[in-house]
Design a protein around this ligand. Structure first.
Ligand SMILES: O=P(O)(O)OC[C@H]1O[C@](O)(CO)[C@@H](O)[C@@H]1O
Ligand SMILES: [Mn+2]
Length: 457
């Protein structure tokens, strides 16, 4: 049984480093504690309000049946908020969706663990509880057709796209001008552009609606003008190594049929998604890649994460924009999808609570898929938490160690810091940062471009 296999996961890493405890709201005063106590209830309240505000629409679309379904969904979400705030035991899922058994097995795995207390909001791992909240929101809707496909975060996501419009125009304009000349670029120029667009995609990760508790949080200014001044805030910058992977692959291409595949595990919709698509377009146009595989979420997740609907909507909005450069980008991107050089996937694993080192056991097919990649970008904070298991690692433990054998291909995390976990720092670096800025790990003011090539060793 999967539960038993997970229980057998070693408590030390391959090099004998002890695997630390998970971050959890049980550590009073930690960011996990404040998230569970304040931020998650706030997000739930906003979700309930959104459903409420759409009452009229449900009525128009589905008549009284729609209104009744809506009321029941609201009552389930309010019950969920109450369970959270009163630290009730975690309940199994009952909606029969394809991942429900995996969720329930995970719960059983925790129940069978060394903790004598029942898994609950303020006692269990933060990563698990936060993921579970989003899955329970989905259950509230799923149990009440015709609400199943309603995305409670859709309004916030579309609004954040529109309020980033000027920044999107600025980056699209820059990119298209550069792309016109790209065929004549020497490697040094290509490298400079790669580093620039990787940084744009990196800082694009500031625009997430989970950290802001669902409040508007978009990119208002031209992202290019601040890149230079933000450089000192990149605490780990392995972009040179990433570049080496890309350029070596290009140089060593043996034949026209050798294909370089790059995967981007997406994070937020809105401005961040546009920056990811620009990076993807650049990788193709420069010949550094032949095909890009995107990975998104199959249900609304952490407020602003990209679903297939958001992805398609973004491409359509770009095309329909009343601005030439924006709409040209949209048209090219749609073409990339139609030609199969951009491929979108949404595996259920991405919306399970597991740390990524569990992937070979829990989602072997996805792991095998990622093994076909030549380089994987993991966008954002939540992906970093899952890469490192959301554990209390010391700042100086290496990224490879924290990955605990998750090594499908060379991989790179592009993440702004919004949770109190960070590995791979120099001795003293974390302590120094903490002394000068109490919020350095949770404010999104700092970032990392962190690379691992441990699959080779
Ligand atoms: O969109 P991202 O970068 O994954 O961030 C998600 C946010 O939600 C959190 O999980 C906290 O609610 C943080 O880790 C982060 O602030
Ligand atoms: Mn996100």
């Amino acid at each position: 049984m999967l539960r038993d296999k997970m229980a057998e996961m070693p408590t030390t890493t391959a090099l004998g480093v002890e695997v630390p405890d998970s971050l959890s709201a049980k550590y009073t005063g930690s960011f996990a504690y404040f998230t569970v106590k304040d931020r998650l209830p706030q997000i739930l309240t906003k979700a309930v309000d959104t459903v409420h505000r759409n009452m009229e629409t449900f009525f128009e679309k589905y008549g009284q049946e729609g209104v009744e379904a809506e009321k029941r969904a609201i009552s389930l979400m309010s019950k969920l908020r109450n369970e959270l705030q009163t630290d009730k035991p975690v309940l199994p899922l009952t909606d029969g969706l394809p991942d429900a058994d995996q969720w329930n097995e995970y719960l059983e795995h925790l129940q069978a663990g060394p903790d004598t207390e029942e898994p609950s909001w303020f006692k269990s791992p933060w990563l698990y509880m936060e993921c579970y909240m989003y899955r329970r929101i989905q259950e509230s809707l799923q149990l009440n057709p015709p609400m199943c496909d309603f995305d409670v975060f859709n309004e916030a996501k579309t609004q954040s796209f529109f309020t980033s419009q000027q920044a999107i125009i600025a980056i699209c304009t820059y990119f298209l001008e550069m792309k016109n000349k790209i065929k004549c670029f020497k490697d040094t120029q290509l490298k400079a552009e790669f580093l620039l667009l990787a940084q744009v995609a990196l800082w694009g990760n500031r625009c997430d609606l989970s950290i802001s508790g669902g409040r508007e949080n978009s990119q208002k200014l031209n992202p290019l003008t601040s890149l230079e001044s933000l450089k000192p805030s990149i605490l780990v910058d392995d972009s040179e190594f990433v570049w080496e992977v890309l350029i070596n692959r290009k140089k060593n291409k043996t034949s026209e049929t050798t294909c370089t595949r790059i995967d981007i595990v997406l994070d937020n919709s809105g401005f961040e998604l546009v920056t990811d698509l620009i990076l993807a377009d650049f990788l193709l146009a420069s010949g550094l890649a032949d095909v890009i595989h995107f990975h998104g979420k199959s249900i609304p997740w952490f407020v602003s994460d990209t679903t297939k609907k958001d992805f398609d909507w973004t491409l359509k909005q770009m095309q329909a924009a009343n601005h030439m450069q924006m709409s040209r980008c949209g048209v090219m991107w749609e073409k990339n999808m139609n030609q199969g050089v951009w491929i979108y996937h949404d595996h259920l694993f991405w919306t399970l609570p597991h740390e990524f080192c569990d992937m070979p056991l829990v989602a072997h097919d996805l792991y095998a898929e990622l093994q076909k990649s030549n380089l994987i970008f993991f966008k954002g904070d939540l992906n970093y938490r899952k890469l490192t298991g959301d554990r209390k690692w010391s700042y100086t433990v290496s990224f490879d160690t924290a990955l605990r054998g998750f090594q499908p291909a060379p991989l790179c995390s592009l993440r702004t810091l919004k949770a109190d976990i960070q590995v791979g720092l120099k001795p003293g670096q974390g302590e120094q940062l903490a002394a000068s800025d109490a919020e350095w790990m949770i404010s999104g003011r700092f970032a990392i471009i962190q690379f691992s090539n441990s699959y080779q060793t």
